[in-house]
Ligand binder design. Structure first.
Ligand code: DLL
Length: 446
């Protein structure tokens, strides 16, 4: 058994595989989900006018929900519903029971607001303990938490989970990279939590300072909040000498801890006793056939302050078949390859940034820092992939650079079926992020 039970903090949530819902027999899990679904639907219907209206429109009442399979009778919730009900319209409890608010940053307009009762915070802590335990962390680990603290859910979510696990938490938050590296080195850090792109930045800066992370006790990273690829995982694991785990979540549902990989690193377990997953065809809204790719839809089964019924995440994934390497019974999804709204269409072809990442990282001499710039020239969309190359490559002969450029363009073209421009740029010329990286710059409307 790779998970170990934490036992240090008297009041901690701890992780005991024997009693964890991660391993319950499926019939028992379905019973629990059915019971919780009935409760949450009743709570939403009775307390949230928005849900009462939507359910009335569909002719479905809480009494019509008998088991978890009835989830499909419920209305969907979409991001614009949260914007329309901004800030507190979807709360199901009075404000005096709400003990915390978070908000997603959002690039345009108003953010998405999330509310938590004390019970919700306890659930969040529990699923974060289960996430970190799945990623093989336990009591005795020293966890540097470089997710941003604040309205973003990453910082506080990982913080309370790591404490409750019985680990030592260092709340560095994001930014001040030199200090991050000092802490990593001097405090005997064994695991780090941050976005994969910020970890790349830390890796680069450490190298500049002459520090090889492989020489440190650091053994694991729990990375999420943005899409990343297997190719990126390989780069990170090799450069830092760690195991890199994928963790998933979103503000609307709870924050980080909706799902996480176990030591098998083969898909993310969804903590489905709290967040019931479905995968639908984004066009028709119907469930996709078992194992096929589609949009992840989540229903919060235990949330009190802000229940979400069938929330359309826009994140694209599929269920993975077969048993998990760790014996967990809760279902796994493949890593989120992209969001449906990240996709761009170029000359009639659908392209995802992750496909480009996967292709360019397969080519030697590139660094994992890139940006995709979209422009429109005489009505035609153009894609320029700017990628940093290693200093050795950059100082190489012009012919060698041209050769690399051609190889990259060809590899990307073979993957995405469109011709793209490739610009090789100097190390450090692409902006680094302390949180979520901006991979696509769309200048088509400018
Ligand atoms: O990013 C919560 C989080 C914090 C997750 C820390 C993991 C670690 P939001 O800011 O609301 O919440 O963004 C949620 O980010 O719908 C996905 O599109 C994307 N996302 C989150 N985790 C992953 C992941 C947090 N592991 C949105 N892989 C989600 C791919 C991810 N995309």
């Amino acid at each position: 058994m790779n998970d170990s039970a934490a036992s240090r903090n008297g009041d901690s949530v701890r992780f005991h595989p024997a009693s964890s819902p991660d391993y319950v027999p499926l019939p028992q899990l379905r019973d629990l989900q059915s019971r919780r679904l009935k409760e949450v639907v009743t709570r939403a219907y009775e307390n949230v006018p928005f849900y009462r209206r939507k359910m009335d429109e569909l002719g479905i009442a809480p009494g019509g929900i008998h088991s978890i399979d009835d989830v499909v009778k419920l209305p969907f919730t979409v991001k614009t519903d949260l914007r329309d009900e901004y800030p507190f319209g979807l709360f199901a409890t009075p404000m005096d029971r709400v003990v915390r608010l978070h908000a997603s940053s959002g690039t345009t307009g108003k953010p998405i607001v999330a509310a938590y009762t004390q019970h919700d915070l306890n659930v969040w802590k529990e699923v974060m303990v289960r996430s970190l335990a799945a990623a093989d962390l336990h009591e005795g680990d020293i966890i540097q938490n470089s997710y941003g603290y604040g309205l973003f859910t990453g910082g506080l979510g990982a913080h309370y989970g790591a404490e409750a696990l019985g680990a030592t938490v260092i709340p560095t938050s994001g930014g001040n990279t030199d200090r991050q590296i000092m802490v990593l080195k001097d405090f005997g850090v064994t695991a780090i939590c941050c976005t994969p792109s910020y970890f790349l930045h830390i890796l680069d800066r450490a190298a500049e300072l002459g520090i090889d992370l492989r020489d440190l006790p650091l053994r694991a990273g729990v990375f999420g909040a943005e899409p990343w690829t297997e190719a990126m995982r390989t780069r990170i694991e090799e450069a830092a000498g760690i195991k890199a785990y994928d963790i998933y979540g979103l503000t609307e549902i709870i924050g980080p801890g909706v799902g996480c990989e176990c030591f098998g690193q083969d898909g993310l377990h969804i903590f489905e006793d709290h967040f019931y997953p479905e995968i639908i065809d984004p066009e028709t809204g119907q469930p996709v056939p078992e194992g096929e790719e589609g949009e992840l839809v989540l229903t919060t089964l235990s949330k009190q302050a802000m229940p979400m019924l069938r929330y359309r995440t826009r994140d694209i994934t599929r269920f993975l078949p077969g048993p998990s390497p760790s014996g967990r019974t809760i279902r796994r999804i493949r890593r989120i390859s992209h969001r449906s709204d990240d996709m761009f269409i170029v000359r009639g072809v659908n392209v995802f940034p992750s496909q480009i990442e996967e292709a360019l990282l397969r080519v030697e001499g590139t660094l994992p820092h890139y940006q995709i710039v979209l422009t429109r020239h005489k009505g035609l969309d153009q894609v320029d992939v700017q990628v940093e190359v290693t200093p050795e490559v950059f100082s190489d002969r012009v012919s060698a650079l041209e050769d690399l450029q051609k190889r990259l363009a060809k590899t990307i073209e073979q993957t995405v079926n469109i011709r793209v421009g490739v610009s090789l740029v100097e190390p450090h010329s692409i902006a680094r992020s302390e949180g979520k990286a901006k991979r696509v710059v769309d200048r088509r409307e400018m």
